[in-house]
Ligand binder design. Structure first.
Ligand code: SF4
Length: 251
């Protein structure tokens, strides 16, 4: 339930001198629609949210636990071998923070005053000492899972932002990142209290060149006195406009 009173915390103040915390997901909101980003971050009007995807979160947790076991015992997971990697998952004293929501990998971007952060799922290391960003995803479909759907641009931007953050922290980071994408099968004849998954290892060659300019545009968007126009083709805005017009019409 959303309150009619605007939120007062985490609201951007153009006069403030301290860093403004900007998460990876809020930058993604800006990429999708500057107006919604402005309403949320500048005016404190929360974007409507769906309930958490509990099954996806459970899969994330189990995958983390599984790869952590290989990290602790310095072994290479079979899925890593499938990708041509021979070393155990990367270990670092800050790994736990990097994976924690609202902390994550952080970088202060001086040009905008943003403290940019994002929580990673995992990080591996290849045979050239370069880090590889790992993202876990879960779905259930009868189709072959790929990264080709248009809407998965947000997944690609997600790993590119993590690559960028780790580079800003001084690490050598491979342009290649991997999605461990598990698909819950609908083919078993009975449920019997179990979901069965097939696992895809999908690779993406990242390009973080969009990030600097996007951060500057996001900063300029927040600094302006008026909210930007709606993004064309948005179903939510069409609903708002049509509902308002119908409610105002005489009966
Ligand atoms: S077009 Fe309107 S409803 Fe859609 S995302 Fe932008 S501000 Fe939000």
């Amino acid at each position: 339930m959303h309150s009619a009173v605007p939120r007062t915390h985490n609201v951007f103040d153009p006069e403030a001198v301290e860093p403004y915390r900007l998460s990876r997901s809020k930058l993604e909101d800006f990429m999708r629609c500057p107006r919604c980003f402005y309403l949320d971050r500048r005016l404190g009007i929360d974007t409507p949210r769906s309930p958490p995807f509990s099954l996806n979160l459970a899969v994330d947790e189990l995958l983390k636990r599984e790869f952590d076991r290989y990290r602790e015992t310095r072994r290479t997971h079979p899925l890593m071998r499938r990708l041509g990697l021979s070393r155990p998952p990367f270990d670092h004293p800050e790994l736990s923070e990097w994976r924690t929501n609202n902390i994550g990998v952080q970088h202060f971007h001086a040009a905008t005053g943003f403290l940019v952060y994002g929580a990673i799922d995992d990080v591996w290391i290849d045979d050239h000492d370069a880090l590889r960003v790992i993202e876990y995803k879960a779905t259930s479909t009868t189709k072959t899972v790929t990264l080709n759907d248009d809407w998965k641009i947000s997944y690609k931007r997600q790993v590119e932002l993590y690559q960028w953050l780790l580079r800003r922290r001084g690490f050598k980071v491979s342009r290649t990142s991997h999605f461990i994408y598990v698909n819950a099968l609908k083919t078993p004849p009975v449920f019997a209290g179990r979901l069965e998954f097939e696992t895809y290892t999908l690779s993406h060659t990242g390009d973080d060149s969009w990030i600097e300019n996007s951060l500057r545009r996001a900063r300029a968007c927040l600094a302006q006195p008026e909210s930007p126009p709606p993004t064309a083709g948005c179903d939510w805005c069409r609903y708002r406009v049509e509902a308002r017009a119908l409610e105002a019409a005489p009966r």
